[in-house]
Design a protein around this ligand. Structure first.
Ligand SMILES: [Fe+2]
Length: 200
């Protein structure tokens, strides 16, 4: 687990605050680095949830919402190509491109137990909470004949209690992430179902 520890807690350069990349550039990077369609969908789903959360729950302005979206869109961009260096490579790429340090810190803190970076901002805390749960909810939808149609919070909760289902998803991380925000697990599951069901 500790091999991916990033060994630092400062990312990017404060002078790049407000510096993002366009969605077109972000998609170009994804298409180049992530041939796996399902992984790309996962990042698009996390991005949709993050952007919607920023706007609906945090009252974010356009720039801030774009930061949340970009962090979601790129958080696993290096996972397929560089599994042993996951997170370090995309962070270095974004630093090289002079991207806003808040976005880079957010990506760096999406798995504190793996990358050794504590979520600090609300954006950091939300990517940590949304990431695993989004993937888990998608797995729960995929096994249903009607997919997201009729998927209820209680059935997601039931699957979370069944260790064999999507066993790679850490229930501990989900509980830890929820403990850091003032939103219940039930509320967040409902939010994610609503905001990722139409992402393609
Ligand atoms: Fe992820």
């Amino acid at each position: 687990m500790s091999t991916r520890n990033l060994g630092r807690s400062e990312f990017g350069d404060p002078k790049n605050t407000g510096n993002l990349m366009s969605l077109k550039e972000a998609y170009a990077l994804l298409n180049e680095w992530v041939p796996n369609e399902r992984l790309r969908l996962h990042m698009k789903q996390v991005a949709a949830n993050m952007k919607a959360w920023a706007i609906e729950k945090e009252g974010a302005d356009e720039l801030t919402a774009s930061k949340w979206e970009l962090a979601g869109l790129l958080h696993d961009a290096d996972w397929e190509r560089y599994p042993d260096d996951h997170c370090r490579i995309i962070i270095e790429e974004l630093e090289r491109r002079n991207i806003d340090p808040e976005v880079i810190h957010c990506i760096a803190s999406h798995g504190p137990s793996v990358f050794g970076v504590e979520p600090v901002s609300k954006m950091d805390k939300m990517i940590y909470a949304i990431d695993e749960l989004s993937g888990f909810i998608h797995a729960a939808a995929l096994i249903r004949p009607t997919l997201y149609e009729g998927l209820e919070v209680k059935s997601v909760l039931k699957r979370l209690k069944s260790p064999a289902f999507a066993a790679q998803v850490s229930r501990e991380d989900i509980a830890d992430a929820i403990s850091r925000i003032d939103t219940t697990l039930e509320e967040l599951i409902l939010f994610i179902i609503d905001h990722q069901k139409n992402v393609s």
